[in-house]
Design a protein. Structure first.
Lengths: 215, 424
């Protein structure tokens, strides 16, 4: 594990949240209890580059979303939400960063980890970490994946190793991507492949559709 | 519910707008064209053994063998066993194997199943009519050969085309004999009279043909919802199938014969050889409760019609083919998995009711895009454009784009259904 990440996750480190980060979490309905349980925290500016392995001069602040291991403790995966979001030349915006070359991982939610790993009721695969927390808080067995392609390693179409810890055989798997699955062919294709990969593991996937646009 | 979000809506936006757990559970879901397959746990009993053995050696999907077997097995036992219900449902099926194309080996599954049942004891060899042209033909066959009959169509279109002929009583007769064991039709110059009939149907069809096969009269009379559709895909590639080992085949024959003889023994009375009437299989209370829960919440759409009737038939078939004297929980779980699967297959393969080729293509495009956006190449493949011609496809697509029912994304070269409420 990155030693800087290890320091942030250690009991010795006094975790805190900048008002901007707390407001962002509140917007996603995340409660204090969930914030504590997931160890979500603001990252000191001096650690931005050390966590990611590259400098991010245009980033004002950074919120760390630690990834729980399916057993106990945390894994060494680094994923942060950045403020403000970065705009690319093609107007594509980047809200989250992780070290270059690192593969995506599943984001487990403390309050429903047991039911996700060992239950036999429907498991909800939710696009986005905060969104998974939000769904988990409602009492559903939720686990997050980071973006439409965040369920597999680059260059393969098989599920991440993290899925091995989840009982999938004959289990209903509810996929909850963002609403643009209705309009974005890349997202739709990714969900088709995700569903097929889950079906290959004996799960019964269904893709749930959120409304496409905000009111 | 007002959702406040910038850009696309995520689960957190939806929940922040007041959505509850129940709202999430009620979100619509789409198949996104995941190939439908029969749930593994729904294949039980000796039918599963048959499907497993034949699908190991041949390219046809296991589900095709499974339902072809159940159709023949049901025909063999339909006069001997029923459900302990006032409705007395028969164990007969009108099965149609649906494949993406001719490559799905639908006919192989039908032929091998027919061969297998013919290889059983003469007593159990089915009476099969390979193609029929008229209601009179069925009536004559039932009178001269056997009132228990399997109609066998390598291509369902052959049957439907004959049934479409003006004045033909074929469709009303076959439709009527699904629910009933008798049929009368008095014509000006002749009378068709069938009694104590037990009619089953085993047919194959491509999805593409099935979608455009029926006209309004078939839909109005309810013929389509009397069909049990089996959609599956070939995944195996076996260039030269090896013969099924004789030992495996004989062991399976013994198992099937054993079950048929056991049912016959109960029907005839175990000791005195007297016919005792159809054996009525009871439901254990837990199985009944499972069905009652499904029934209370059963789909009420057009796709759900007669699913309850099929559920009862399958209870009899799956219990009998599992060698059980009652409908227990595992049988009921398999039955409910199958009727839920059937609902999905019907939704995906709803025949198009449109008059012109372009209108039919427009409807196919609408359905394809209802399952999410597609790039042009994928859209063409999904609607099998080459079978209808490029002009029909392009005209239909242009019509839909002009009517703003379909939106074109030039950046990704994809098409998608316009959101509900969009101007048309």
């Amino acid at each position: 594990m990155n030693p800087h990440l290890a320091l942030l996750l250690s009991a010795a480190y006094p975790r805190g949240l900048a008002p901007e980060h707390l407001a962002d979490l509140r917007k996603s309905t995340i409660t204090d209890e969930t914030i504590r349980a997931q160890h979500i925290m603001s990252v000191p500016p001096a650690m931005f580059g050390r966590l990611l392995g590259f400098d991010v001069p245009d980033v004002r602040s950074m919120m760390l979303l630690p990834f729980l291991a399916s057993g106990a403790g945390f894994i060494g995966h680094v994923r942060v939400k950045i403020f403000p979001e970065l705009k690319g030349k093609d107007c594509h915006s980047t809200k989250y960063l992780q070290p270059r070359g690192s593969s995506p991982r599943l984001y487990f939610v403390t309050c429903c980890m047991d039911s996700v790993l060992r239950g036999d009721g429907p498991v909800w695969f939710v696009e986005g970490e905060k969104k998974a927390l939000s769904v988990g808080q409602l009492g559903l067995s939720a686990v997050g994946f980071s973006g439409a392609e965040g369920w597999h390693r680059s260059g393969t179409r098989t599920l991440l190793e993290d899925f091995d810890a989840i009982q999938l055989w004959r289990r209903e798997a509810e996929l909850l991507p963002d609403g643009d699955v209705r309009s974005n062919v890349n997202v739709a294709d990714a969900m088709r492949r995700f569903s097929a990969a889950l079906r290959d593991r004996g799960a019964r996937p269904r893709i749930r559709m959120l409304p496409e646009r905000a009111a | 519910m007002m959702i406040h979000a910038k850009g696309k809506v995520g689960a957190d936006d939806y929940i922040a707008s007041g959505a509850t757990e129940a709202d999430l559970r009620a979100l619509p879901h789409i198949g996104l064209r995941i190939p439908l397959v029969v749930p593994d746990e729904a294949m039980i009993g000796v039918g599963r053994e048959f499907a497993d053995l034949f699908a190991r050696h041949l390219e046809s999907p296991r589900a095709f063998f499974y339902f072809a077997f159940l159709t023949y097995f049901g025909a063999a036992i339909s006069k001997m066993v029923t459900l302990d219900s006032e409705l007395r449902p028969p164990a007969r099926l009108y099965t149609v194997l649906l494949g993406e194309s001719a490559d799905t080996r639908k006919s192989t599954a039908l032929k091998k199943t027919d061969d297998f049942f013919r290889s059983l004891d003469d007593k159990w060899a089915p009476s099969v009519l390979f193609g029929v042209g008229s209601a009179e033909g069925i009536a004559a066959e039932m009178e001269s050969e056997s009132s228990t009959l399997v109609l066998y169509f390598d291509e369902l279109k052959g049957f439907i085309d004959k049934a479409k002929r003006e004045g033909s009583a074929l469709m009303p007769m076959v439709t009527s004999l699904f629910d009933s064991d008798h049929y009368d039709n008095r014509l000006k110059d002749r009378k068709i009279r069938v009694r104590d009939a037990s009619l089953s149907l085993a047919a194959a069809c491509t999805k593409d043909t099935y979608a455009t096969l029926f006209d309004t009269q078939f839909i109005a009379i309810g013929f389509i919802n009397r069909l049990w559709l089996v959609a599956d895909q070939t995944t195996e590639r076996i260039a030269i199938p090896r013969p099924i080992p004789i030992g495996d085949l004989e062991a399976l024959r013994d198992r099937v014969l054993g079950q048929l003889e056991a049912i016959a023994a109960r029907f005839h009375g175990a000791n005195n050889g007297q016919v005792t009437g159809r054996v009525a299989l009871p439901l254990v209370p837990q199985a009944r409760a499972l069905f009652e829960a499904w029934y209370a919440d059963r789909p009420t759409s057009v796709f759900g019609k007669r699913l309850d009737a099929y559920a009862m038939r399958l209870m009899v078939l799956l219990a009998a083919s599992s060698g059980k004297a009652e409908v227990d929980v595992p049988v009921m779980e398999a039955v409910l998995a199958l009727v839920n699967y059937q609902l999905a297959v019907r939704q995906e393969n709803d025949p198009v009711d449109a008059d012109s080729a372009v209108a039919r293509m427009e409807e196919r495009i609408r359905r394809a895009l209802a399952a999410g956006p597609l790039r042009l190449k994928a859209l063409k493949r999904t609607v099998h454009y080459s079978r209808h011609g490029l002009w029909i496809f392009q005209t239909a697509l242009d019509n839909l784009v002009r009517a703003e029912e379909v939106l074109h994304d030039r950046k990704t070269k994809s098409y998608r259904a316009a959101p509900e409420g969009a101007p048309t």
